[in-house]
Design a protein around this ligand. Sequence first.
Ligand SMILES: Nc1ncnc2c1ncn2[C@@H]1O[C@H](COP(=O)(O)OP(=O)(O)OP(=O)(O)O)[C@@H](O)[C@H]1O
Length: 270
Amino acid sequence: MLLQVKEVTHTYGETRLQWRSSKRAPVLSGVSLALEEGECLGLLGTSGAGKSTLGKVILGLEKPQAGQIVFQGHDLYQSDRATRRSLRRDLQVVFQDCYSSVNPRATAEQIIGEPLENYERLSVQEQKRTIGGLLERVGLKPDDMLKYPNQFSGGQLQRINIARAIALKPKLIVLDESVSSLDMVNQTHILSLLSELRADFGLSYVFITHDIKAAYSISDKLAVMEHGQVVEMCDDKDQVFASTHQAVKKLLAAMLPEHPRYRSRSLGSI
Ligand SMILES: Nc1ncnc2c1ncn2[C@@H]1O[C@H](COP(=O)(O)OP(=O)(O)OP(=O)(O)O)[C@@H](O)[C@H]1O
């Protein structure tokens, strides 16, 4: 098992000691899920359900008050520094806002080169060659490494973010609404790029979104969150259509086209 999320509970702004007497509602309550190597889990839910918080907890960025994140057999928050550093290398992220995810004054070469400089000792020539190869792999040109973020479109910049995320050949990438701010055409292209990269590199994804159609298209299994809990776990994504939970029904309804005439057809063809 690549990743196990075990009974994770988290409340923002509280220490472990304060937690027992807390009056704040937890943002995550007893969340458990698991991911095998090479799998993609679609993590769904409406705004405020706790998806991004769970993403941060999985990435090692937000320590939960209770529960465990076991990644590659190690408890992420209980491991020593050296183990944690090596686990972090295998855990990468792509956020929704491609512009704020990068330093506007850095070139694509510097952006993609950052994780390589942190973890690999490549010669200048090797690093340039690696970055050129990564740019090509995400559908851009090696010469693009000289450009700055404002010289790319949103879709192109998200490709740069993806190139940075795969630079160290990680095991797991948390994709937090990574295609949500793109138009439909770019969304489709990026989703198919992500699927190709998953197959090529044996990557696993946690694909966080409120868009059930996008999640269905890329994922093997789906988890639906509401009020900080996983309320539906579909180990086979097609089980989602049989769900009787209100939160799932709402997500399915939001996906349907406006006109009732097209509703049944649309459901069958996603
Ligand atoms: N840093 C923070 N400090 C305090 N509260 C926070 C923080 N980040 C998120 N929250 C709160 O935690 C709850 C869950 O937020 P989270 O962003 O995890 O949900 P989400 O399902 O990802 O929602 P969205 O789809 O809108 O991003 C919300 O009520 C939010 O206001």
